[in-house]
Write a protein that binds this ligand. Structure first.
Ligand code: GLN
Length: 241
């Protein structure tokens, strides 16, 4: 775990196969928000050529198409560093396909069932129609007070089991599965969401929640970035039209 004097190490997991819609930007945002507070931070890229280290402070995984998602699943099962890190309490952020991979199993749009890595208590099957568009939610996770904004594009529909709770209630858009009005999943230190954006660029409060956890619950100095607040207001208003 990093403290104010050591280097915060941010794992960008499998950006070579998982990272649709610029989800790799989530790692950049974590690094930037740490550095703006004088905290030394670096991104460690873990590709299909690398085993997954269990020693990093925080991990992010992005979305993916079905085939790329399969390659990622196989790699994470073969090198279980992410599972070990989460078991020790390291925060993990999983976007879209990554939620599905971190669940017990998912079915691709071709109807094949793929075993996941069971870090989140959930399963995913194809919906009849793809969920596409702006998504605005109200978080139910303790410590988050601001609406979350981003966009979604997925065929899979996710159902949570008893050991995962949703990250947020859906205000507009679909989230986990059309009609369920819930987005994302939380189990321990693992947070999943269908929000692309990248989600941490659009939602600084969520970025700081992960950063604080990565630093053992440290209180972070506030950052005053009025342009980001303005952009958030515009996007939330536009999604409601
Ligand atoms: N392939 C998955 C689906 O369609 C995830 C897509 C994504 O990550 N954007 O459900």
């Amino acid at each position: 775990m990093a403290d104010q004097t050591s280097t915060l190490r941010i794992g960008l997991v499998l950006p070579d196969v998982m990272g649709t819609y610029g989800d790799g930007g989530n790692a950049l945002i974590l690094r930037q928000r740490a550095r703006m507070r004088g905290i030394d931070a670096e991104i460690v890229q873990i590709t299909l050529d690398d085993p997954v280290p269990e020693s990093l402070d925080v991990y992010t995984l992005g979305g993916a198409e079905d085939y790329a998602q399969r390659l990622a699943t196989r790699h994470l099962l073969r090198y279980p560093g992410l599972q070990k890190a989460a078991a020790k309490g390291a925060p993990v952020l999983a976007i879209c396909a990554a939620i599905q991979v971190l669940g017990h199993w998912y079915e691709t749009s071709a109807g094949e069932r793929v075993e996941g890595i069971s870090m989140l208590d959930l399963t995913t099957t194809p919906q009849t129609t793809r969920s596409i568009g702006e998504l605005v939610t109200s978080p139910t996770l303790a410590g988050l007070t601001q609406q979350l904004t981003g966009f979604e594009n997925h065929r899979g529909g996710t159902i949570l089991g008893a050991d995962s709770v949703p990250l947020a209630r859906v205000d507009s858009g679909h989230g986990n599965r059309a009609g369920d009005r819930a987005d994302g999943a939380v189990t321990g230190s693992v947070i999943g969401t269908y929000l692309h954006g990248p989600v941490l660029a659009r939602n600084p409060e969520l970025a700081d929640h992960l950063l604080s956890r990565a630093m053992g619950g440290a209180t972070l100095a506030p950052l005053d970035l009025p342009e980001i607040d303005q952009l958030r207001r515009e996007r939330i208003a536009a999604a409601k039209r």
